[in-house]
Write a protein that binds this ligand. Structure first.
Ligand SMILES: [Zn+2]
Length: 445
């Protein structure tokens, strides 16, 4: 499982954010000016004879054969890892139930006072810690060794472990709260809990989204306000023009963990923040930064956080219904062996999590599809706001260092939660053709 549903909670809360990790190196100071110049490949320059297809190819050809093979391999290996992670998680569950470890954890939790909620909380803490420990071999391969082998990670093992421990503390607390609440709901409404549970998931997601930028993200990275300068001015100007609150733009030292670029507009009800990471700030051009910030603003203005949460609330309702159904059947057959009493017994949580992870594994194309629709919408919004088609195309090419640039149709439907690099470059060039059309059209006629 790697408590997949917690990953989903976290994933939504963090929007596009950090890869949960942290560091050692001293943060680079930044004066808010940008030194990288945007280079437009020859075939994509505006002018007579501008051709969307040719311009798209000109960008795609920036990726060398070697780099392309590498990013394809990274992505395809990632598909397999999803399967191995799923199966590994089922193995962990089988171990916890089969050895009656889960039942022992429940018995242990019942020694803590008289309150039921405290028993659930104590069980929840144990559960997150034990699942994290049992999943560690896969986590360390996926999160540390594999990332280093693709030159995406910048951390030493010690500082990476430091981040893992911080993540474990946060995950254990949030996870235990979520577990306490969901079992509270199950106890109160043993037959209809799956409906109320979905509502609870929505409220919980919103809460995590609210606290994440202020209380969670700073545990992993240093956040600083971007200094006065042309870049800050242009980001603030886009923000004001699009009704985004806030006095400041934040940047954070993601280079402590990764070479990836990222940005986000996160938070809600007064915790809203516009942030970008230092890889984006220091290694890309102003045009690219404007393009990505406008995309992130699109998520905010179009209320994607709220819409995604509600969409996922519905997905959770189906998921919980599947759990309720599957739990009864499984319990009848193996409940006694595992010493799990009923669905309201926390000792059954591994089974609960296994069923939910089976549901989410099968629903992968649906959940990715939901996110992809919003991402495409933010792409369109962003390019209209930034008016930087070349910045956005160049950025899509940079992301192709670790995302397969041209997936097949089936691959795209199943695995992609963003439009592919090629689709993004094509969209940018189409936009460019329609907007700078006058340059070329008049010349041609
Ligand atoms: Zn996005």
């Amino acid at each position: 499982m790697k408590h997949r549903w917690l990953d989903i909670l976290g994933g939504i809360a963090f929007t596009v954010v950090v890869g949960l990790s942290l560091p050692a190196v001293h943060a680079q100071e930044n004066d808010g000016t940008v030194g990288v110049i945007l280079e437009i490949p020859d075939g994509a320059k505006a002018g007579p004879g501008f051709d969307v297809e040719k311009a798209t190819d000109a960008y795609i050809n920036l990726l060398s054969e070697e780099d392309r093979a590498r990013s394809d391999a990274y992505m395809e290996g990632g598909y397999w890892l999803q399967l191995w992670g799923f199966l590994y998680g089922l193995g962990v569950v089988w171990l916890m139930l089969g050895t009656r470890l889960s039942a022992k954890m429940r018995d242990f939790s019942e020694r803590f006072g008289r309150w039921q909620w405290l028993h659930r909380f104590v069980y929840g803490l144990q559960y997150v810690v034990i699942v994290t420990v049992l999943s560690f071999p896969l986590t360390v391969y996926q999160g540390f060794f594999r990332e280093h082998s693709y030159n995406l990670a910048t951390q030493t093992f010690g500082s990476w472990m430091g981040d893992q421990l911080t993540g474990l503390v946060v995950g254990a607390l949030l996870g235990a709260v979520a577990i306490t609440l969901i079992y509270g709901v199950i106890r109160k409404a043993i037959d209809t809990w799956w409906i109320w549970g979905a509502g609870l998931a929505v409220v919980f997601l919103m809460f995590v989204n609210f606290i994440a930028p202020v209380y969670i993200a700073p545990l992993f990275n240093d956040y600083k306000t971007l200094d006065e300068g042309p870049l800050r001015d242009s980001i603030m100007s886009m923000a004001r023009a699009n009704g985004i609150p806030g006095e400041d733009v934040y940047w954070f030292d993601a280079s402590r963990q990764t070479t990836r670029i990222s940005a986000n507009v996160s938070g809600a009800f007064g915790t809203t923040r516009i942030s970008l990471n230092d890889n984006l700030l220091n290694h890309t051009s102003t045009e690219e930064i404007e393009a990505v910030m406008a995309h992130e603003m699109g998520h905010y203005v179009l209320h994607h956080g709220t819409k995604l949460t509600i969409n996922f609330g519905l997905v959770f309702a189906f998921g919980f219904a599947f759990v309720a159904w599957g739990f009864k059947i499984t319990l009848r057959r193996w409940g006694a062996n595992w010493e799990v009493r009923n669905i309201d017994d926390t000792a059954g949580l591994p089974l609960f999590a296994a069923l939910l992870s089976i549901f989410f594994f099968i629903a992968t194309p649906i959940t990715n599809g939901i996110v992809r629709v919003y991402e495409a919408e933010a792409d369109n919004y962003g390019i209209n706001v930034s008016r930087q088609p070349d910045g956005f195309a160049r950025l899509a090419m940079r992301l192709s260092e670790y995302r397969k640039i041209s997936p097949g149709p089936l691959e795209r439907i199943i695995f992609y939660h963003h439009p592919s690099g090629r689709d993004r470059v094509y969209m940018s060039m189409l936009w460019k053709s329609e907007h700078h059309g006058s340059d070329s059209e008049y010349a041609e006629e």
